[in-house]
Design a protein around this ligand. Structure first.
Ligand code: COI
Length: 353
């Protein structure tokens, strides 16, 4: 399908303070849009970033039949644009689509749309080291209908946003608290996909965590509240003595692409990586015995986010003296160097434009 392009007359770049970017508050000049009706996607187009006009009865607003992705484009040291693992994101979007009865988006079209959008808005990819252009593909149901059912019409869009780090802590440690009452996901639910509703349901427990002075919730399994699953917007890793552990993708955890990359890098460096179930009791006990050297979260937005404190019920442990550990540093550093083109990309993770 041919993508039509309608260029904006005057860029809004001058209105953005690139020296002090936040996360997800500024948007680049263009966006990609495509519609789905009568059983097919049609009219792929790039248009100026603008508001949408939607019916108050649009199904997504009521029943959350919507999915999204998050990936990043980086400005390399030689001025190219490098996009981190876009094919993986296209694939994961379709895993989410299947679970929410949303029609798949053709992966080649996804890639074509992404490339054309980035070529048009390439000046929006920040030049400052550490910053990037966050790319948000999403699909949502557009039928005007108040009955609960599968929409027959959809929009697939891609918007982009120049960003800095997600957590105000940056590469400094964050603090996590478990919830004995609330769950993020249950077996058979939607925990493994990037559905908007997953995030809506996490807001209240996350607010309670914030009110109690913690950065995020460390989610435990929904059945027994014993096994560690993930953090609000990240997968979680524990580094015990010489074993790096992360929970398995058992259906309730999002299959993070940064998670996957970290496993590859750690194995390449000779670290034993075990993808296994891990109880919160094991984490606390081994932390108390001095065996928990580091803990960190991984995610597209958060990158590598060291964990400095973990609270569970009456117990609280400090990890690595609330300092960023060596492995966290090395992983952040290696991922950065690959993404910003300062090092070879042996895994072929980056798409260069
Ligand atoms: C990402 O890391 O891309 C995420 O999905 C986090 C986002 C919800 C801010």
């Amino acid at each position: 399908m041919k993508i039509t392009i309608n260029k904006k007359d005057k860029s809004r770049m001058g209105e953005v303070d690139f020296e002090n970017l936040g996360f997800g508050t500024d948007f680049s000049d263009h966006m990609f849009v495509m519609d789905y009706d009568d059983g097919e996607w049609h009219d792929p187009r790039i248009v100026p970033f603008e508001n949408l006009s939607v019916s108050p009865a649009m199904m997504t607003l009521h029943y959350a039949q919507t999915i999204f992705e998050g990936l990043k484009a980086y400005r390399t040291v030689d001025g190219d644009i490098s996009v981190f693992r876009p094919h993986e994101h296209a694939r994961r979007l379709n895993v989410s689509a299947e679970r929410l009865c949303i029609p798949e988006v053709d992966t080649l079209l996804f890639m074509d749309a992404l490339k054309k959008l980035l070529e048009l808005d390439r000046e929006w990819v920040p030049k400052k080291k550490g910053d990037s252009l966050y790319i948000r593909p999403f699909v949502f149901a557009t039928d005007e209908y108040l009955g609960v059912g599968i929409s027959k019409s959809y929009k697939f869009m891609i918007i982009t946003s120049p960003v800095s780090l997600y957590y105000k802590e940056g590469l400094n440690p964050v603090s996590l608290v478990t919830s004995g009452e609330y769950s993020r996901a249950c077996p058979g639910g939607t925990g493994y996909v990037k559905a908007g509703g997953n995030y809506a349901a996490s807001l209240y427990p996350a607010k309670l965590a914030k009110d109690a002075g913690y950065t995020q919730v460390l989610w435990l399994d929904g059945l027994e509240h014993r096994y560690v699953e993930e953090v609000g917007t990240m997968n979680i890793f524990f580094y015990f003595n010489d074993e790096l552990v992360t929970p398995p993708l058992s259906g309730t955890i999002l299959g993070g692409i940064t998670r996957d990359s970290v496993i590859d890098l750690a194995r390449e460096w000779g670290v034993t990586v075990n993808v296994r179930r891990i109880t919160i009791d094991e984490v606390l006990e081994r932390a108390e015995k001095g065996e928990l050297k580091e803990a960190f979260g991984t995610g597209t937005a958060a990158i590598i986010s060291p964990v400095g404190k973990i609270a569970h019920g009456e117990k609280e442990v400090i990890v690595n003296d609330y300092e960023t550990g060596e492995l966290s540093h090395q992983l952040y550093d290696r991922l950065s160097k690959i993404r910003y083109g300062e090092m070879e990309d042996p895994y072929d993770w980056c798409l260069r434009l």
